[in-house]
Write a protein that binds this ligand. Structure first.
Ligand SMILES: *[C@@H]1O[C@H](CO)[C@@H](O)[C@H](O)[C@H]1NC(C)=O
Length: 279
């Protein structure tokens, strides 16, 4: 991202401000980060085969020839975006529920994707990773039978009383972060050349999805730190290595579309169980 800064003094100020912003975020998050470092275990991968996703490729051709899009590797079985979208899609149960183990498997891939994007996103990702680990402990714990899906968890925690509601609360925090991820990826995928770069777009996504839930100091720190996000080109390269820009954009847009489906479904379920105001 190129921010035009008029003078070396300003540039120097900007560097310090960015560093300070990251420091504030570190302090805010470090307690929880430390907790995960002591308790994390290697992720369980789920790999669910599935048919190709419907995709609108801008294709002016053929009246008779169906548009064919050769999927870039990042959407394939070995690609991070591919693993992420497959897990998230598989979490959408036909009867309208969300399967927690697959939702969390999708989140694990998402945090892997977010971590290299720079300090601010790395901290947000580690924050999310802690929540994913906490929920996985329930999905695999003694009450596993009640943690197969969002609806079973919500019903069980509501029956058990507020002391038990932390699974739902954790899910709500992940849910908001998923919204940010979706908006950020979508905007990076579809942004115009010469338009706002990724840092600005993902900062806007932050203001929409997360800022209303964060204290003032964190909002200021985040605002500055987003300006240090890598450029769109770099993000596309990280998302879809070795693919051309058009393919990388299409792949990222597809992944963002799946995140949106999951977000919509989860939002609907959380609303139905009156869980949107928990935290
Ligand atoms: C998600 O919900 C919004 C608002 O209801 C809707 O406009 C959008 O099309 C939905 N997206 C998907 C992928 O279902």
């Amino acid at each position: 991202m190129q921010v035009a800064l008029p003078s070396p003094a300003l540039r120097c100020w900007f560097r310090h401000a960015s560093a300070l912003a990251v420091l504030v975020l570190m302090v805010y998050l470090s307690a929880r980060v430390l907790r995960v470092l002591s308790g994390c275990k290697p992720g369980v991968q789920s790999c669910i085969p599935e048919g190709p996703l419907p995709l609108q490729v801008p294709h002016e051709s053929g009246l008779l020839v169906a548009p064919v899009w050769e999927e870039p590797q990042c959407l394939g079985p070995q690609g991070m975006l591919g693993r992420m979208t497959r897990s998230f899609r598989a979490s959408l149960k036909p009867e309208g529920d969300v399967e927690l183990s697959r939702y969390l498997a999708g989140w694990r891939e998402l945090t892997r994707f977010l971590t290299p994007l720079g300090s601010i996103v790395a901290f947000a990702a580690s924050e999310a990773f802690i929540k994913v680990t906490a929920l996985e402990a329930r999905v695999q714990g003694p009450d596993a039978a009640h943690y197969t899906s969002l609806a079973t968890m919500a019903a069980w925690e509501q029956r058990a009383g507020s002391a038990q509601a932390s699974g739902s609360r954790t899910l709500l925090l992940l849910h908001r972060a998923l919204r940010w991820s979706q908006l950020c990826l979508q905007r990076v995928a579809t942004g115009t050349l010469g338009g706002p770069d990724a840092g600005v777009q993902c900062g806007d996504a932050y203001r929409t999805a997360l800022a209303p839930h964060h204290p003032w100091l964190i909002r200021q720190a985040a605002r500055l730190a987003f300006l240090a996000l890598p450029s769109r080109g770099r993000l596309l390269e990280l998302a879809c290595p070795a693919a051309g820009e058009a393919d990388a954009r299409a792949a990222l847009a597809r992944a963002a579309g799946v995140l949106e489906q999951v977000y919509n479904r989860t939002q609907d379920l959380l609303a139905r169980h009156s869980l949107l105001q928990l935290a």
